[in-house]
Structure formats: C-alpha cells, structure tokens
Design a protein around this ligand. Structure first.
Ligand code: SAJ
Length: 436
C-alpha cells in the first residue's frame, strides 16, 4: 500500500499540504487549527473578498481571531486562493461547502458536485478527500466517489475518501474545532485509517464509524434531534398561549428535573443554515426507502409556523391600542438567527418583519446587523435611542442579544412583546411585557 503509507507519513510528520475548500464558519476555523500544529494550509474559496481578507490576516468569522490568523499567514502556514489548480498541490482536501435546500425542500448538492468535479480533474494518487458538509446518508459513496473515480484512480488503493461531519456551534466559546469530538467514516478501511490519522493531528477525540453513510447519518440525526425538540417546545408555546399559561415558567420548572431532560426554548422560529435545512436532507433520502420521517416533517411544519404566530400575537397586542392600525409603529429588536451573532441567514425575524409590514410600520434595531437586503426587504438598523424606544407602540424582541439593556427598554417602552424571554432576569416591573 505505497500510496497509503506515503500519505500517512506526510500526515504524521505534518508535511502533508492541507486543502480546505469553502472558507466559512466551518472551513476557516478548521484551516487555523491545522496551521497551528504546523501543516501548510491552502484555503480555496470562489469568493475573492474572503480570499483577500484571509491573505491580509483579517478574519470575517466570529470564532476566528484576526491576530491568530494573521500570525499564521505571516508564517506562510495559511494561504488562500480562488485557483482550482491549487488542488493538485494538496495532499488532504477537506470539503466545507454549503449544502442548501431547493425551494421545495430537496437537497441542493450543486457546490459539492462542482467541487468534486474540480478535484477529479486534478486528482493524483495519494490524496485524501474528506467531505465535512452536512448531507444525506449516501452522498459520499453515491455522488462523490463516482466523480472522483471517473479520473481512473481507485478509491482505497490510490485515493482515500471519508465523511467527517462538521460540528461547529457558531458563537460557542466552550467547544472549538479542537475539543469537539469528531466522527469519521470511510469508504473502506484504508480510507478510514487515513482519515482518522488526519483528524487525530488536531482533534482531541476522533470517533470512527463503519462507513461514510453512518457518519453522514450521525450528523443529520444530531440536527434532527434539535429541530424536533425545538418544535416540541414551540408547540407547547402555542398550546400555553391558548391555555393562558406561561410556557417559560413551565419549561424552567420542567428543566429542574436533574435527569432525563434537556433544555430547549420556544422562539419566533428556527434560523441558521443547519437546523431548518439539514433534517430535510434525511427526509428526502428516506423516501427512496419508501419511508416517511414524520418527526422531521412535523418539526419543520411547526417551526416554520412560528413567525406567523408571532405576527398574529403582535396584532392581538396592537388591537388594544387606540390608534388606526395603519399608524401603529413596531420596533423589532434583533434580526440575527440567534443571539450575539451577526448572521441573519434563514432568520425567522426577517419573515416576521415581512408579515408585519403588510399591516403596520416596522423598523428594527440590531447592533450586529447594520442593514440587510433579504426576503424582498431592504432595511437599515435604527439607533436605539430613548425617543425611538418611547415612540414605538410595541417593541418586539426577536433575538435576545446580550448587549441590549432590557431593563431600560422595558422601563421606557409602551409595550414589549418578548419572544425569547430576554427579560427573564429583570427584577423591576414588567406589566407592559407580553411573553411568547
Ligand atoms: N433555537 C430555538 N430554541 C432552542 C435552540 C435553538 O428556538 O432551544 C433556534 C435558534 O434561535 C436558531 C435555531 O434554533 O434560530 C438554530 O439554533 P442552533 O444553535 O441549534 O443552531 P446553529 O445552526 O447555530 O448551530 C447548530 C449547532 N448548535 C448546537 O448544537 C447548540 C449544531 O447543531 C451544529 O453543529 C450546527 O448547528 C451545524 O453546523 O449543524
């Protein structure tokens, strides 16, 4: 097994050139971890802005500090490019490109497929290819493998192919790429050995599974677990609204159970590029086996309904105001998909604003999102001044950024509708606050 032994040696002595395709919230932190232990890393991204930022040592990812990145760039350990020719120089190629959905919730593998074809054009014996993008079980074996072997090279003999799902929790300061357990599954035992050795260089704990299919299913299950449990508490919020009970009080009390339960909280919906999307990859694949994943379908339905519920409950509050509805002003606090991050991809807040704008005047403030152009909306964040807070008929908290002074907001506002229980820790009066 000359080719396997050679790549194993290069990985173990860290002379292997590591390629990372897709320099987003997964790829860039991974590239930094590899460079920190001495690997030469080539970052490949079609986005020239990202390439230029990285080569100037400037990080655009919250979890990567520019000081750390610039040091590695100056040492020549990280270099970014848009040139696919660089694939030939890479010994280990890690694919971290997006796996979105089409409009009718079907997998969109265009990025994975096109990158695999580019790799196949320049592939050479002795390379390891690892898919980290979240996808349905079978992608590595049924989509990537044939594209790579079209080159004439054989997986398990001359090239090595694994799936190792990314597990990045944006904004999580406790778990990083290095100390988050990493699952790896290979097309065969030789690929698995190479993949496991590769990840063990920078990850404290590598978990091997029997196949790339198993590794793909592990990750999609993880995100399905979250989507279903978030939908469960969202459904409870809908029921508590009808029963006149406080869902936050009920959940806080339920989570005092010291075993057999895990905290999840309701909200205005589910955003980000994972939880609203990944479970539908599994739902789509399961149909091939004549199998309906009811929990995934139901969770998606409930979570996607939350923005409409928030809009409806907001209008209920507004109807109590002695003012023509068309004159009413709503100030939205927070549009990113979760707190303390600038990312507003798939954010339910945008859907809530879109719905509300059909009836009332809406403006927003988000310290992390100065402006956005999405969902047919072009909006700019307003300053959170005393005047802006006092003049709004309702302040609608959709993202609970910690930098906001909620004590001041509640004291100054006429009405507050808090969909995240951001006011949970406030001691003062909260008569003007309605919770989801
Ligand atoms: N949300 C709720 N209630 C909850 C938890 C989350 O409404 O109890 C909402 C959030 O506000 C957000 C959405 O769901 O809009 C997703 O939140 P998230 O933190 O689960 O999702 P991501 O995409 O930021 O990160 C997740 C990772 N999060 C955690 O495990 C805590 C993890 O599932 C994956 O590593 C990552 O997606 C991914 O890349 O798959």
């Amino acid at each position: 097994m000359a080719f396997k032994d050679r790549i194993l040696d290069k990985i173990r002595n860290r002379t292997a050139v590591v390629g990372v395709i897709g320099l987003g919230y997964v790829g860039l932190p991974f590239a930094v971890e590899k460079a920190k232990v001495g690997f030469h890393v080539i970052g490949l991204d079609y986005n020239s802005f990202r390439v230029n930022q990285i080569n100037q040592g400037i990080s655009y990812i919250e979890d990567v500090q520019s000081e750390e990145l610039s040091g590695l760039v100056e040492q020549g350990l990280i270099h970014a490019t848009s040139d696919f020719q660089s694939l030939h120089d890479m010994d280990a190629i890690v694919i971290c490109v997006p796996t979105p959905l089409t409009k009718n919730l079907a997998p969109d593998l265009q990025y994975v497929t096109s990158v695999s074809q580019e790799i196949a054009k320049r592939i050479r014996p002795g390379q390891l290819i690892s898919l980290e993008s979240t996808t349905y079980p079978g992608t590595t074996e049924e989509v990537i493998l044939p594209l790579l072997e079209a080159s004439g090279l054989k997986v398990e003999l001359e090239i090595f192919l694994v799936h190792s799902p990314e597990r990045v929790d944006p904004g999580n300061t406790r778990y990083s790429t290095k100390n988050t357990n990493k699952v790896v599954g290979g097309i065969g035992p030789h690929s698995l050995e190479v993949g496991e050795t590769f990840y063990k260089q920078t990850v404290n704990n590598v978990i091997t599974v029997s196949s790339s299919n198993a590794a793909e299913l592990v990750k999609v299950f993880e995100n399905t677990f979250r989507a279903v449990n978030i939908a469960l508490v969202n459904e409870l919020a809908l029921l508590c609204d009808r029963m006149g009970l406080n869902v936050w009080e009920v959940l806080d009390a339920a989570f005092t159970k010291p075993f057999g339960i895990m905290p999840f909280y309701p909200g205005p919906g589910v955003g980000g590029h994972c939880i609203p999307i990944d479970p539908h990859y599994l739902e789509w694949k399961a149909k091939e086996f004549n199998f309906n994943t009811h929990f995934i379908a139901l969770a998606g339905e409930i979570n996607r309904k939350m923005p409409e519920f928030v809009m409806e409950k907001t209008l209920r509050i507004l109807k109590k105001i002695d003012k023509p509805i068309s004159q009413v002003e709503v100030l939205v606090l927070g549009v990113s998909y979760k707190k303390d991050l600038p990312d507003y991809r798939e954010s339910p807040a945008l859907e809530v604003i879109r719905l509300l704008k059909e009836t009332v005047k809406v403006q927003y403030h988000d310290p992390y999102v100065p402006s956005f152009d999405e969902h047919g909306l072009q909006m700019t964040s307003v300053s959170l001044t005393q005047e802006v807070v006092e003049s709004a008929d309702v302040i609608l908290i959709l993202t609970d950024h910690q930098v906001i002074d909620y004590e001041w907001v509640v004291q100054s506002a006429k009405q507050v509708f808090d969909t995240r229980n951001a006011v949970r820790t406030l001691s003062g009066q909260k008569e003007n606050v309605t919770l989801l």
